[in-house]
Design a protein. Structure first.
Length: 140
């Protein structure tokens, strides 16, 4: 696996939405690979890298979903050039462990990265949802 991931990196990942799990609790796979942002990366005492991943979409959030619109400069930094507009969802995330993941492609490199200033805005918006613990889809 790639041990060079860090907070703010954008990668491709088969994100599993919370609504998909609610429709089918046995579901294990997202519909497609999509860009996600690594909002948190923590290495534990065993050397395992725990990841929290926020989905990025070219479509506005739907009812009941909280997202931040991504400014044009950040879309370019993230190498999301095909997006006229983009949103990063902050009301849910996927949790995965890098070294044990079935979903991260071996040797995958980040495609881009958000700035620290934008990441701080995302982190502040995400923090209440993380603290509530209600919208974390466990992919381990």
């Amino acid at each position: 696996m790639n041990d060079g991931f860090r907070r703010g990196d954008i990668i491709s990942y088969p994100y599993l939405w919370q609504w998909q799990v609610e429709e089918n609790p046995d579901r294990e796979h997202g519909e497609k690979d999509r860009p996600v942002c690594m909002i948190l990366t923590i290495t534990d005492k065993q050397g395992l890298t725990h990841l929290l991943l926020l989905p990025i979409s070219s479509k506005p959030p739907f009812e009941g979903q909280d997202a931040i619109e991504i400014p044009g400069l950040e879309l370019r930094r993230a190498k999301l050039a095909g997006y006229e507009r983009g949103w990063i969802t902050v009301s849910e995330c996927n949790y995965d462990v890098l070294e044990r993941s079935y979903y991260l492609a071996y040797g995958q490199k980040p495609v881009g990265r958000f700035s620290n200033a934008f990441l701080e805005k995302v982190r502040q918006a995400f923090a209440p949802f993380l603290a509530a613990g209600s919208a974390k889809v466990n992919r381990t």
